[in-house]
Design a protein around this ligand. Sequence first.
Ligand code: GTP
Length: 224
Amino acid sequence: MAGGGGYGGASGKVDYVFKVVLIGDSAVGKSQLLARFARDEFSMDSKATIGVEFQTRTLSIEQKSIKAQIWDTAGQERYRAVTSAYYRGAVGAMLVYDMTKRETFEHIPRWLEELRAHADKNIVIILIGNKSDLEDQRAVPTEDAKEFAEKEGLFFLETSALNATNVENSFNTLMTQIYNTVNKKNLASEGDSNNPGSLAGKKILIPGSGQEIPAKTSTCCTSS
Ligand SMILES: Nc1nc2c(ncn2[C@@H]2O[C@H](COP(=O)(O)OP(=O)(O)OP(=O)(O)O)[C@@H](O)[C@H]2O)c(=O)[nH]1
């Protein structure tokens, strides 16, 4: 397991830590979306992920410092880590397919099923159609994905890790929605409890993350 610091958040206090998981078939671009978001990097000869890795980046949402802890695992079954451990504590998920490969979109319901079986029921989910730079090889019409996302109550965006289109936007959308959900938890009793698809006003359980954590005065190891 590898961890890392993201850019833009090296100092100062962190108000919240949100764990987000990336899931989807092998080679859809999960690792490269993470590399683009956490380090603003991209690699064409990206290796298949083995096991689990995570990276972090700190964002500012409504004057709060939010650390996104993004977990990436293998799409290939034989390299996958223990599923329930991967999902434990996750408050957000990116469900990724490759818009040039129809079967990766057709497998999305299976990934959603796994997610719903293992993750907190109030987890915020965004569906991502990656590789939008390859428009001439498109195999999944935007409308099909949009319709699916609406039916399942997911956010949806098409991205390109290669040219960075919508990568910031998709992580920001997810983190902002998680923040809003956590922020509104005190309104749970007034919330829309008749609508099971709605996260608004519902309490979200965040074991080990997402809670307000005390400000740190300093962290280790400044070199001079
Ligand atoms: N053209 C294009 N290629 C991409 C994009 N994102 C990723 N790729 C390429 O797609 C291949 C697979 O990307 P990865 O990020 O390793 O895929 P993954 O989903 O993490 O794969 P696993 O680790 O096996 O689950 C690599 O060759 C990437 O360079 C993109 O937005 N556009």
